[in-house]
Write a protein of this length. Structure first.
Length: 134
C-alpha cells in the first residue's frame, strides 16, 4: 500500500476521533462538574442505577427483592446523599435525598422496580408522580 494512502487514512481517523471528543465535551457543557453539589447528584443517580442492578440480581438468585440496603451490600449514606430502600407489595422503592439540602444536593430522587428515576427540585422527597429524570 502506498505511504500517502496510509497517511490519508490515519489523518481521517484522527479527525474522526477529534470530532467525537469535541462533541462529547460540548454535550457535557451544560453540567458544572466542578461544583461538588452537581457531582453528588450525578453520583446519587449512578447509585440508584447500581441498586437496580443489585435488586435484579437478588431477584434472579433468591426469587424476591431485597428489603434492606444491607442485603444488597449498600450503605445508607453515600456521596452526600441518604438512601432508603422500602419493600412494597409489588417490588421496592428507592429514595435518595441530600444529606444537607442546598449543600450536598438540590434534588431528591425516587425510583422503583420499573427503574424509571424521578426527581424533585426541592427539599421534599421525590415520589412516583415526580417528573422523570431525562
Amino acid at each position: 500500500m502506498r505511504q500517502d494512502v496510509v497517511i490519508g487514512r490515519v489523518c481521517k481517523l484522527v479527525i474522526g476521533v477529534c470530532t467525537l471528543v469535541i462533541g462529547l465535551l460540548l454535550s457535557l457543557g451544560s453540567w458544572d462538574f466542578t461544583s461538588p453539589m452537581n457531582l453528588y447528584e450525578v453520583q446519587a443517580i449512578r447509585s440508584i442505577r447500581t441498586l437496580h442492578t443489585a435488586e435484579t440480581q437478588y431477584m434472579s438468585e433468591l426469587g424476591k427483592y431485597a428489603t434492606t440496603l444491607a442485603q444488597l451490600g449498600q450503605a445508607r449514606e453515600k456521596d452526600g446523599y441518604l438512601f432508603t430502600l422500602t419493600s412494597t407489595p409489588t417490588g421496592y422503592t428507592i429514595n435518595a435525598n441530600p444529606k444537607v439540602y442546598n449543600s450536598t444536593g438540590r434534588r431528591t430522587f425516587y425510583s422503583d422496580q420499573n427503574m424509571t428515576i424521578r426527581q424533585n427540585w426541592g427539599q421534599d422527597p421525590a415520589t412516583a408522580t415526580s417528573p422523570e429524570l431525562k
